[in-house]
Design a protein around this ligand. Sequence first.
Ligand code: NAP
Length: 492
Amino acid sequence: MTTTQNQTAQDQAAQDQAAQDQASSKSGQMHSINPATGETFASYDTLTPPQVEERLSRAQAAFDTYRLTTFAERSAWMNRAADILEARKQQLGELATREMGKTLSAAVAEVQKCAVGCRYYAQNAEKFLADEQVTTEAQQAYVTYQPLGVVLSVMPWNFPYWQVFRFIGPALMAGNVGLLKHASNVPGCALAIESVMQEAGFPVDVFQTLLVGSKGVEAILNDDRVKAVSLTGSEGAGRSVAGTAGAAIKPAVMELGGSDPFIVMPSADLESSIKTAVTARTINNGQSCIAAKRFIVHADIYDAFVDGFVAGLAALKLGDPMQASTDIGPLATPAIREEVHGLVQDAVQKGAKVLLGGQIPDGVGNYYSATALSDLTPEMQVYGEEVFGPVALIFRVADIDEAVQLANATRFGLASSVWTSDAGERARFVRDIEAGSVFVNAMVASDPRLPFGGVKASGFGRELSRHGLHEFVNVKTVSIGAAPDAHKSKTE
Ligand code: NAP
């Protein structure tokens, strides 16, 4: 494909997306479209501006009383949500697979993880938000954590349940009320989450799904009743929503894209690193923010690693995501596949070597073959962009200096995975890699017990752990009286 053809593919993808957006907004509907078949299997009316207004007043009314509930009450509701998720994981999993194409086994595991996340916050929120006594000259001083109010979450389709529940757990346990604007291609999942929360017994309107397109976000976030926003999504969405939040002086958490490095040094366990690399690149059909995307391999083990890695990718089965034997299902939308293929073609046209794949398979569905590219240079778009599909970029480096330099050579800084058994190398990676996390001899994964988030264009703020719980609270200082010998000459 020539540059012109590549540009044409990208233009076509943009046109497809624009046509889809236009169709959705014209009809006032959102559609569930199966990425494996192209079939539209459900349509939902989007909210009109007066309906959004009504939902906002209901959210504010809910907050006025919900903020006064006890941790014990919130925990009971959150644990019940976990029970419902667990009981319904097969059904919810099937819905996600049909809406966005991840394998059914992955979708069911995702729902199970949501239950774990709910239970984690049900169990720990009170402890994490306990008042903290501080010794000053006052008779008593302490810090107390109070909810902010109505918090908007803007969420992506790639983990349609987990991304939302990792917002719900901390936000609601802290006493906030949640509004969800989910991605437009997963309206069924968005409504299913609202149902789970209602059935769990949370007071009415403490969590509401708003079926609105991305154009509706600015007005909602600018509404005085909305006090903060949590966005998980692309860099572009982050710039827009963080801009609105900044102008309105509202707190924001931004969980954005990544182009994570996976570094393999000669001292690593090669077999284990190869096996993990295959999973780390193709998890969620290659559409994960923390998927390893750039494989940076020391020259001494480069050939052995690449042989094993490419063979591992080649052995994966591409196909119907409902089948247990499938490893990689379709990409979520035709536009995403066009974008991925456009990036691959741009690299090939500029001299990249295709070690595997690089093809759009024949037939229906947004499938894309597992792909491995080497001989990559900075002129290629893939070098600096996030590739949201099963495409591995492989680099050969001479030493650890070059590995670190290359790892940091993107504007992203979400996570990283480094493979070494050398203590000095490990310390160097931990110190020098510009990312929100470093996983040593392991695949990057989120865990409710550990903070999650990025630096640079991968965003700011943290989700999960006690850090995620402290993002949307008012850290209120309470100082009572002055001690008899307190300093009189206080300044502000
Ligand atoms: P996306 O296109 O940015 O959409 C994410 C959400 O933002 C959707 O609800 C979308 O609504 C909305 N949105 C998009 N543009 C917007 C704008 N200008 N103003 C307000 N809202 C806007 O991302 P995606 O394709 O769903 O998800 C993939 C991206 O998310 C990747 O970049 C991935 O790395 C990132 N991600 C990051 C993390 C993390 O934790 N760091 C986790 C998962 C995914 P519509 O659907 O209606 O457009």
